[in-house]
Structure formats: C-alpha cells, structure tokens
Design a binder for this molecule. Structure first.
Ligand code: FMN
Length: 408
C-alpha cells in the first residue's frame, strides 16, 4: 500500500498532529535544537520540559541510571524550567517549527488558582498550541512526602494528581481562561487514575495522558548499602522509574481510563514505548496518541522513521487505514479473571531434545515432573497445565498438549 492510503493524523481538541507520536516531556525537549531535530525526524508533537511556576524548589543537575538488564530507567535529580525559560522555548519553537505541534508541559503548586491561571495565560500568549498540566511529577513534593512525612512542601505534580477535586478545580478554572486544548497528565500513584481522568474531562479537559512513572528504590549493593548506585550522588533516595519494564502498568492505566471515559475523550498513552509494536499495543488499550520519553533519551529521535515504515507495513497487512482503526481493539477482548475459559491439557516432554538437566523437576509448585531414565517425564494426571516448566526449560523441550474439554 502507498503512504497516502494511511491516515495517521490525529487531533487533540482542534489541533491536528501529523501522526500519533509525541516526544514526552523530559530532558529531550528542553531546548530549541532538540525541538527542531524532533520536527525533522517527523514526530507529530513534542511536550516541552516541565515549566514550574513559581521557580522550582528542586531543580538540580541530572542524576540518571539506565539499568539495561532490567530495562529500567531511574532518576533522582532533574532540571525543571523556570517560567521565563519555558515561555521563551515555546515562543522560539513556534517560530521555527511549522509541522511539529508544540505542547507546553506546565505546573503551578498548590491550589492557588489565580497563579495557575496567570501562568497558563502566559503560555497561551507565547503560542503554545496545547497546554499539558503536570499532575504527575513524582520527583518534587510527592518524593518529599513519601520520604519524609514531617516535611511540609506545597503540593505539586503527583501529590496533586491523586485528588480528583483539586485536578477538576484547576482544569475548570483554566478551561474558562484559555481557548487552546488542555491535557491533564495524571499520576497512577494513588491507584485512582481513571477516576481522576474522569474528573478532569468532566471539568473541561480535552484530553488526558498517562505518565506511568512510579517512585521506587533503585537496587542497592548490600555490602556498601550507604552508597547509592547513582554516580556523583551522596545519598540514597527515591527515584522516578520509567522505560520498558513499566509498559504493562502503563497499558493498564490507559485501559482503565478508556473504560471509564468511553470512546470520545482523547487519551495519550505513555510509558515504556520502545517499538512500533509497543505503540500499537498501547493504541489497542485505548490510546489515541503515544508519548515516548526514555527511548528518546537513550537513542535520540531518528528511530521514528523505522517505526513509521513498520507501522504502515503492519497496517497494510491488517487492513487498517487510519490510526483510529487500531484503537480500543483489546477492550472487548480483555476479560475479568472470573470469565476465563481454561482448556484441559498437560505438558509433554520431547525425549529427543531433553538433556536431563532437571530444571523442571525443581519447580516448587509442581508434583507432576520426575526424571525417568535421565530425561524429564510429566505425569498427565498430575499436571495442572500452569506452563512454568515450558518457560524454564533451557532446551525448549516441553510443550502443552491441549484437550478439548474445559478445565477448572
Ligand atoms: C528524566 C525524566 C524527566 C521527565 N520529566 C518530565 C516532565 O518534566 N514532565 C512530565 O510531564 N513528565 C516527565 N517525565 C515523564 C515522561 O514524560 C513519561 O511520561 C514517562 O517517563 C514514561 O514514559 P517512558 O517510559 O517513555 O519514559 C520525565 C521522565 C524522565 C525519565
């Protein structure tokens, strides 16, 4: 199929992106050369680095770790933009970037709605096409709250994003003040992302976005536990986690939001996207657009071209014509645990390839496997069909025999 046959454009309110891929707010969207490169590489939009009003009270040089094996990114320190820098970035980007939609990622602190409005109006005047309200940053007041209950800092980011009332109050106020589309970017901390998203949409937001980030504790060297794994950092502290490991949780966030919000509101799915396949899965869970941050930190922006090519091949194979055709496909498929159909069956060992290592015999919850004449044997009557042996066998010598009768 030719490119023209695929409609990848997608809208947030009255603003249209040339495709659903957004560089998520973070360290790769904090200056003009980055935004120009993002445009050149074909992205649909970029959400600029968080601008904080008033001046951010935590804004340090970055301290990041990319734990390759775990596919986990974690950071403790990061620069936020102050108002003047954030506004100038948006102004400059609007002059230079004609195809890239500019989204300003902005937050005030606390419930001073006058101050929220003043900052938001300045961003609209600077030319941002969309305003993204940051109700998600876990590394400001939320990190302080979690680490030290005695500290009193004004609520911001993920501390505010757990409360549907305060999120709705801010959105309602800004909806009356602005004419550009508003995205509420919401934390999953607190476990109420769908309810908060609904409050934001009911209050007038045009879209909601997942963030996926969770606060966590990085692995610790148990012999030198006082020394953090971060380079050039004295103390251990909570870190903000992102990257591929988080994707199953991010997909759940989007799925829960879509289920509660219904088909109309725009959802930006963000968290752990590192391939075209990941992006499609996120759309299938309910996302209209796809936010990518960690992958751009590790690999820049040029990989989008490959993703777009692969996406078009996939869409052609599947008979999809528009980005919208992929959205929500998983919604009717995802059943509750009570509704599952489980087929009867049992694991069977291929004697020709089993080399008798005994790994499957060690499976702690299984009574069905023994060694017979130097190879593994599964007793069908005892096998419950769990599949652990299949996954741990180093020789791929075990497979499942499926019976037609349903089992429980
Ligand atoms: C170092 C770093 C800085 C970030 N800064 C911001 C920010 O300023 N504003 C924001 O809304 N999200 C911020 N995020 C969150 C990302 O935009 C994204 O939602 C999250 O990392 C999950 O996506 P990913 O796995 O693709 O990184 C940041 C993430 C990282 C890793």
């Amino acid at each position: 199929m030719q490119d023209a046959l695929f409609d990848l454009a997608v809208s947030i309110g009255n603003v249209t992106l040339r495709n659903p891929f957004i560089v998520g707010s973070g360290p790769t969207v904090k200056n003009l050369p980055q935004l120009e490169l993002i445009e050149k590489c074909g992205w649909g939009a970029a959400s600029t680095k968080q601008t904080y009003n008033p001046r951010p009270y935590i804004s340090y040089d970055p301290r990041y770790r990319w734990l390759k094996k775990e596919k986990l990114h974690i950071f403790t320190a990061e620069h936020r933009l102050d108002m003047e820098t954030g506004l100038r970035l948006v102004e400059d980007a609007r002059k230079k970037c004609k195809e890239l939609v500019i989204i300003a990622n902005y937050s005030d602190a606390g419930d001073n709605l006058d101050s929220w409005e003043e900052g938001a109006r300045r961003f609209e005047a600077a030319g941002t096409q969309v305003l993204e309200l940051n109700f998600c940053c876990p590394n400001m007041s939320f990190s302080v709250d979690v680490s030290d209950q005695k500290a009193h800092v004004i609520s911001s980011g993920a501390s505010m994003g757990q409360d549907p009332e305060i999120v709705a109050a801010v959105v309602r106020r800004l909806r009356t003040a602005l004419s550009i589309p508003i995205i509420a970017k919401i934390t999953p901390e607190g476990g109420r992302i769908a309810q908060v998203a609904k409050a934001a949409i009911d209050a007038g937001a045009d879209a909601v976005s997942g963030v996926a980030n969770r606060l966590g504790i990085a692995p610790i060297d148990i012999r030198k536990y006082k020394k953090p794994i971060y380079n050039l950092q004295g103390e251990n502290t909570m870190g903000c986690m992102s990257g591929p490991w988080i994707r199953p949780l991010a997909m759940r966030d989007v799925f829960e939001m879509r289920k509660l919000l219904g088909p109309v509101p725009h959802i930006n799915g963000t968290g752990g996207i590192a391939s075209m396949q990941d992006a499609v899965q996120m759309m299938m869970c309910g996302a209209d657009t796809i936010g990518v941050c960690t992958e751009t930190m590790l690999r820049g922006f040029g990989f989008l071209e490959k993703w777009m090519k692969a996406l078009k091949v996939y869409m052609g194979e599947m008979g999809f014509e528009a980005a919208r055709d992929m959205r929500d496909l998983l919604l009717p498929e995802l059943k509750s645990a009570a509704e599952l159909t489980l087929w009867g069956g049992y694991a069977r060992v291929d004697k020709a390839t089993c080399h008798g290592c005994g790994a499957c015999v060690e499976v702690g919850h299984c009574d069905a496997i023994t060694m017979v004449d130097g190879v593994a044997y599964v007793e069908p009557k005892l096998c419950k069909g769990c599949s652990t042996c299949i996954d741990i066998c180093p020789k791929q010598s075990i497979s499942m025999v499926e019976e037609t009768a349903a089992a429980r």
